[in-house]
Write a protein that binds this ligand. Sequence first.
Ligand SMILES: Cc1ncc(C[n+]2csc(CCOP(=O)(O)OP(=O)(O)O)c2C)c(N)n1
Length: 320
Amino acid sequence: MTADDRALYRSMLLIRRLEEALARRYPEQEMRCPMHLCIGQEACAVGVCSALRPGDRVFGAHRAHGHYLALGGHPGRLVAELYGRASGCSGGRGGSMHLTDPAAGFVASTPIVGGTVPLAVGVALAESMRGGHGVAVCFFGDGCFEEGVVHESMNFAALRRLPVLFACENNGWAVNTPLRERQPERRLADVARAHGLAAREADGNDVFGVREAARELVDRARAGGGPAFLELRTTRLTEHCGPGSDEPLGLRPTSEFEAMRRNCPLARARAELLGRRAADPEFFEAVEEEVAAAVEEAFAFAEASPVPPPEPPGTGLRAA
Ligand SMILES: Cc1ncc(C[n+]2csc(CCOP(=O)(O)OP(=O)(O)O)c2C)c(N)n1
């Protein structure tokens, strides 16, 4: 097992355990913002971000905790943001769906589905005009793929051969509507190819496969090969929005939940590491302990932080 492999597993575990703690503590009413968890989708964030380097810039959407953490964002500043505290990554004024931390390379997430996709293309355009070597990455869902702006963005990125990766996490659902009721039978990657992008499909619950596919596309974009699309088929284990499960609602078949649980990205990474990558079983105990301490520290950091000062009159929302 290499140091990179260890880092991948640790990063996925941090996302899982931190989000489980968010879900447990959400009913305390200290987090007063809607929250979309990415439990079940950790390998997408971690695999893609592991293909990036400093100077690359990432955008997310409403389900972005994992992207922020996978990029090396500060767990305490993430929790503090959800707690509305001044030390939050967005100063405590954004909440779960408005994360920003430019120093970490995380430019923005927004709840407007598709809102950050053209922003990533704009960053890639600026990078290309400057002659830089940075790559922009935009994470979005299969529901977002139906937004017109996504296709305008792909068209423009292809026209200008921009260094941008469109990373589509296809969990098969947009809120409670399955993909088959929203789109005709076709491959998302073929639509991207029709726009002139390089495109790949990968199993979004296999972190090693995601890393390999993302590396190829990111390296290609960095070398001037133009934009790319990566479809990652994955699983949302929690309800669309909130700390619980939508399993009791009966909207998604029980068989789907059983299949999703069998396909857990963490369990799969662990099996791969113990098997072909000859990991030491003690690694898993040690990393659980270390991550548990990091999660506790993140909550303690948030709780110790003050709330932000009131906005001066005439600024921000009060001016509206
Ligand atoms: C422009 C816009 N339309 C509709 C919504 C309401 N909405 C919030 S999340 C969501 C589904 C998004 O599905 P997907 O892009 O697949 O992401 P996922 O929730 O599966 O991660 C919708 C329709 C919105 N926030 N913005």
